[in-house]
Write a protein that binds this ligand. Structure first.
Ligand code: FE2
Ligand code: FE2
Length: 178
């Protein structure tokens, strides 16, 4: 159970990294005044606004809480997640401004986008280096507790609109990556 849960989180990281690469490529094109796929940027913003905070980071928070309960000293994952979430909001607002054709200098958008991408990649690296390896020290009982929390998250109803937005975003990104 423990290994499967960490593998699932790592698989999410792998997938989200390909989205970050795609996002970086489009943001740089936009900043350089080249043709960028703005609707794709919008989909990527929607993906980041909906998916990781819905489940991925929350599962990590449960693992983190259990590590803290076991007396492990590690980076404050909950604070990290709040910081990352603030970056998502800024990024989504920036994409929204472009879509509304408001004055947003291209360099300013690129700065917001690249800061977001950099922070996200650093966040993944910190988790893989500092959090996931420590999770090996958790006991079977710890993992049962975590699994109970994950089951509670999975049992929460997701607003149909949010679900639809996330599905549409993932389909659009997958189609682009194909
Ligand atoms: Fe995270
Ligand atoms: Fe993560």
């Amino acid at each position: 159970m423990a290994a499967a849960m960490i593998e699932e989180l790592l698989a999410d990281h792998e997938r989200i990294r390909t989205y970050l690469d795609l996002f970086e490529e489009q943001a740089k094109r936009f900043a350089a005044g080249e043709d960028a796929d703005i609707s794709l940027l919008k989909r990527i913003a929607e993906f980041f606004a909906e998916f990781p905070d819905q489940r991925h980071h929350r599962v990590e928070d449960l693992i983190y809480d259990q590590l803290v309960r076991r007396g492990e000293e590690l980076l404050s994952l909950r604070e990290e997640h709040e910081r990352v979430l603030a970056g998502v909001t800024l990024f989504r607002d920036a994409v929204g401004q472009i879509l509304l054709d408001q004055e947003l200098p291209r360099e300013e958008f690129a700065r917001t986008a690249l800061n977001f991408i950099r922070a996200y990649r650093a966040h993944f690296e910190a988790e893989e280096k500092d959090v996931f390896p420590r999770a090996q020290s958790l006991t079977g009982d710890d993992w049962k507790e975590i699994a109970r929390g994950v089951a509670a998250i999975d049992a929460e109803p997701i607003e149909p609109l949010r679900r639809a937005r996330l599905n549409a975003a993932e389909e659009a990104i997958a189609a682009y990556l194909d």
